[in-house]
Design a protein around this ligand. Structure first.
Ligand code: UDP
Length: 328
């Protein structure tokens, strides 16, 4: 039986990956320090004897007993609001954390995949974004703590590959959505659906002409699995190239939820990328992967999840454990 460590296991993507690898017959060791993760996301796996959970901060030395075949490093805050509140932790998890996990991969002779991001392209001047575009990142802007940590993570990962011969994979993840997203993480989809469910106007930042391309989580997880099993160590974009403006997205959410609410406009956050769309030619040719779930279908499943939350959860202002960490 393969033994697989997944960091960020209690987060949105992590929890879906835990399910994918348990279903593939692996013994899964989930790790999370629960700053932004939520045990509720992985509650269903606790009765499974092939699942174990460790509450640990991977930016500190990581110990795992026994053998490991695969490591998936998916721990990191992942929304602009999180970076503002916990910038140092955001930097540490993709620098010290990635370094610790690469060291663990080397010690265990395990293959490791690290979760990079479309944010390595910054506010991109090349559209759609291809893997060999180096990006347009402001290192000292509010997103710098995330973008530069992820760029460092890619560099240290390649160094472990070339210098130590560790089997590494780098996935560049574009905007992804689905059940188990954190309601109050500030990302556009939970923000809009939460607002519709609470009877509030939908908050568009800027004039709403900026674009994003949203990938349903099952497609993403499938792409990650295929990349892990491939022999490709260069970065690969995984995302859905279907691009829309944020205004169009708000209209889709209004239609989906049937809300009577309108949209209202707020200031555009600093360095908010104007456009984003993955070029997935590489994933198609190397992995034979492309997304299958249309946005209409994915949004309906996601809306059902948010509707299943209790009133208390829906009205909770925070859904995280920042307070414990903010002073560090
Ligand atoms: N956005 C918005 N209203 C919100 C939250 C986000 O208009 O309530 C915009 C945000 O400015 C950005 C886009 O939606 O242009 C996607 O934001 P998100 O934080 O989900 O992801 P990212 O900017 O990292 O792609």
């Amino acid at each position: 039986m393969k033994r697989t460590l997944i960091t960020g296991a209690a987060g949105f993507l992590g929890s879906h990956l835990v399910k994918k690898f348990l279903n593939a017959g692996h013994h899964v060791i989930g790790m999370d320090n629960l700053i932004t993760g939520n045990l509720k996301n992985i509650e269903e796996f606790f009765p499974n004897k092939n699942f174990e959970f460790h509450n640990h901060d991977v930016s500190k030395f990581v110990h795992v007993a026994g053998e490991l075949d695969y490591i998936l490093h998916f721990a990191s805050p992942a929304s602009p609001i999180d970076y503002l509140k916990i910038p140092i932790q955001t930097l540490k998890v993709s620098s010290y954390g990635a370094h610790n996990l690469l060291g663990l991969a080397k010690a265990k002779n395990a293959r490791i995949i690290v979760a990079s991001t479309s944010e390595v392209y910054g506010d991109p001047l090349v559209h759609p974004q291809v893997e060999d575009y180096y990006g347009n990142v402001n290192p000292v802007g509010p997103r710098g703590v995330y973008d530069e940590a992820k760029r460092y993570m890619e560099a240290v990962t390649m160094a472990y590959n070339t210098y130590h011969g560790v089997e590494t994979r780098i996935v560049r993840i574009f905007n992804t959505y689905g059940p188990k997203m954190r309601l109050n993480d500030g990302r556009v989809l939970p923000a809009f659906i939460g607002q519709a469910l609470r009877g509030e106007d939908l908050t568009i930042f800027g004039d709403g002409s900026q674009t994003r391309s949203f990938c349903y989580v099952d497609d993403l997880v499938d792409g990650i699995h295929k990349l892990l099993l491939s022999d490709h160590s260069e970065p690969v974009n995984i995302g859905n190239p279907s691009e829309i403006t944020i205004t169009q997205f708000a209209e889709e959410i209004i239609k989906l939820t049937g809300t009577d609410q309108k949209v209202c406009y707020h200031e555009l956050p600093v360095n908010d990328p104007k456009q984003r769309k993955p070029d997935i030619s590489k994933a198609k040719s190397i992995l034979g992967w492309e997304p299958k779930v249309a946005r209409k279908e994915g949004l309906e499943i996601t809306y059902d999840y948010f509707k299943s939350l209790t009133k208390e959860e829906l009205n909770k202002k925070e859904h995280n454990n920042f307070d414990k960490y903010i002073t560090k």
